[in-house]
Ligand binder design. Structure first.
Ligand code: SF4
Length: 564
């Protein structure tokens, strides 16, 4: 073992609290990989939850790896040792299972990078029972695992709290009785919900490259992968497990307060796939808060729609009474009122994020946002009156049916908000800034806009520049935005089928050179990115039954199109 590597790992562990280090021995071993840097992975509550669930199984041991980064403490890799786990510095090949927790499509190339670094064959068909079983889960894979179908042995889709322990029991049983990998995979597919073994399903394509059929290769397998959700989220206190240094939220202890959102904004995958709304009870949340307060002075409340929690005010008041601070994600504009803002301010929150999403009422109606310009102005004014001096506003461009006037409307609405805030701040301490976060609309599976195409990258770039130019000399308005070319990649991976896996292989071989990979592989990426799909088409994720009715999605899409 490279002593430098050992020292790097020891240094990181020394600064963490809450990690679990079991003695390497008779356990079933899982190497849990986050396909990005340590500082990003350790702020992901889903990743931490999987780590805890695996380690909670008495016969399992779970350790972490991250995408190696040269020049910092999260390297975990050397020329000879390959990529190693943080806790016991074991090479990935020594583990029984390599599990990926995947939240973002643009991390897919990093998955292949990690498998490669571990010197494991990339394609599932080239691996044997001697290689770790490669499994994957997380929101990105739940929405559409197909581009990664050739690389994974098993996907565990949806909420994992209930299914993961059952999967572990199955794995243990297979080992005990000496079942081979093939038999284990088939048994697991047949008997557990939320499980998808892609090699057991066959996809056929038409001459136009559209999917003609997706079906099981053998009798007895489910026709569709049924996703079940956790009924009682109180049974699983989803909260920070490991407090880690030098991460984006190192000062904040994260606590989940709810799952699901009933609002149904037509672009929002979280609003559909986490249905129905489930709330953690205030007693359970406060228990988590109390555990958090023993570690940190700031509690980050997270969930699909945090401000919809009916006890939010009381939870915040409790945290404030303990002389600690609260952190909240973005707040629903129509729920901002005087008492909410006072709680926010007293909780020490300096920046509040709101999501108007669109500048014009027409576009907000297309999205099904359910808010008016009056609501937006009123909310920002209230924040200003109560001295919240940093406001972040989320807007989207490239929406279905958008035209130039809708981009102008973002600029006009921002100017109006700025004017109203300034007037409220007159004679008081200086209002600091409004940050506009401009994101391109990306059509996501299981939403009413899943059939839509991405706005052309050049046009999206021009729209962003127009908004930036409008505020170029204005120091109070800061603009941050995503990069259209990466949105193209994200859409390709979000909308892609199994064929897109060939592009990922080329990207891996060409060390991340997407332009070259797209030229080399004989697959037209525009087919996935810029094509408006038909309602009667089979989409790559149609193999998954997420519990959202396709008829409802079609009806919502048609409602939006009527407004356009
Ligand atoms: S955008 Fe927010 S409010 Fe709308 S559905 Fe998604 S989580 Fe709910």
């Amino acid at each position: 073992m490279d002593w430098k590597l050992k020292k790097i790992c020891a240094n990181i562990l020394e600064k963490e609290t809450g990690y679990i280090k079991k003695i390497w021995g008779e356990y079933n071993t899982v190497c849990l990989a986050y396909p990005n840097r340590y500082s990003i992975g350790m702020t992901n509550l889903g990743f931490q939850t999987v780590y805890k669930i695996f380690n909670d199984q008495p016969s399992f041991l779970c350790e972490r790896v991250f995408l190696p980064a040269s020049g910092n403490d999260a390297r975990f890799v050397s020329g000879t040792a390959g990529i190693v786990s943080l806790e016991n510095q074991k090479s990935i090949t020594e583990f029984d299972i390599l599990a990926f927790s995947v939240s973002f499509e643009n991390d897919y190339p990093n998955i292949l990078k990690i498998i490669n670094l571990a010197k494991i064959p990339l394609l599932a068909k080239d691996r044997s029972g001697k290689n770790p079983l490669i499994i994957g889960g997380g929101i990105a894979l739940t929405l559409n695992p197909e581009p990664l179908a050739d690389f994974f042995d098993v996907f565990i889709l949806g909420e994992i709290e209930e299914v993961l322990p059952r999967f572990c029991s199955k794995f243990e049983e297979a080992r005990r009785f000496g079942y081979g990998r093939k038999q284990f995979l088939k048994d697991t597919q047949e008997s557990l919900n939320n499980i998808y073994v892609p090699s057991l399903y066959e996809v056929n394509y038409s001459t136009e490259n559209k999917i003609q059929s997706m079906k099981p290769r053998e009798d007895g397998l489910p026709q569709k992968i049924k996703i079940k959700r956790v009924k009682n989220i109180n049974a699983f206190p989803t909260e920070e497990v490991i407090s880690a240094p030098r991460t984006e939220m190192e000062d904040m202890f994260l606590v989940e307060v709810n799952r699901g959102c009933a609002r149904g904004c037509r672009f929002c995958a979280a609003g559909f796939v986490y249905r129905p709304v489930r709330l953690r009870g205030i007693a359970e949340i406060l228990e988590s808060v109390n555990r958090g307060l023993k570690k940190k002075k700031k509690i980050g409340l997270i969930g699909t729609a945090v401000s919809d929690h009916p006890d939010l005010k009381n939870i915040c008041k409790y945290i404030i009474a303990k002389k600690a601070q609260t952190g909240l994600g973005s707040l629903r504009i129509d729920q901002i009122n005087e008492s909410v803002v006072e709680i926010i301010r007293d909780g020490g929150i300096e920046t509040v994020a709101l999501a108007p999403e669109a500048g014009s009422q027409r576009m907000r109606d297309v999205l099904g946002k359910g808010i008016t310009e009056e609501d937006i102005i009123h909310a920002t004014e209230l924040l200003a009156v109560k001295d919240i001096s940093n406001i972040r506003l989320y807007f989207m461009i490239g929406l279905p049916g958008e035209d130039e006037k809708d981009i102008d409307a973002i600029i006009e609405l921002t100017k109006k908000i700025q004017h109203h805030i300034r007037s409220k701040f007159e004679g008081k301490k200086k209002f600091r800034r409004v940050t506009l976060s401009i994101n391109q609309f990306i059509p996501k599976p299981f939403t009413p806009f899943q059939w839509c195409s991405l706005d052309n990258v050049n046009i999206a770039g021009r729209k962003i520049r127009k908004i930036k130019d409008a505020f170029r000399r204005d120091k109070q308005i800061r603009i941050i935005h995503d990069v259209p070319k990466w949105n193209y990649v994200q859409t390709l991976l979000s909308q892609g089928d199994r064929q897109v896996g060939k592009i990922l292989l080329a990207v891996n071989r060409l060390e991340g050179n997407w332009a070259k990979a797209l030229k080399e592989v004989n697959i037209n990426p525009d087919f996935y990115v810029y094509r408006q799909k038909q309602f009667d088409e089979i989409l790559p994720w149609d193999i998954i039954d997420i519990g959202v009715s396709p008829q409802m999605l079609i009806s919502e899409c048609k409602k939006a199109m009527k407004i356009i």
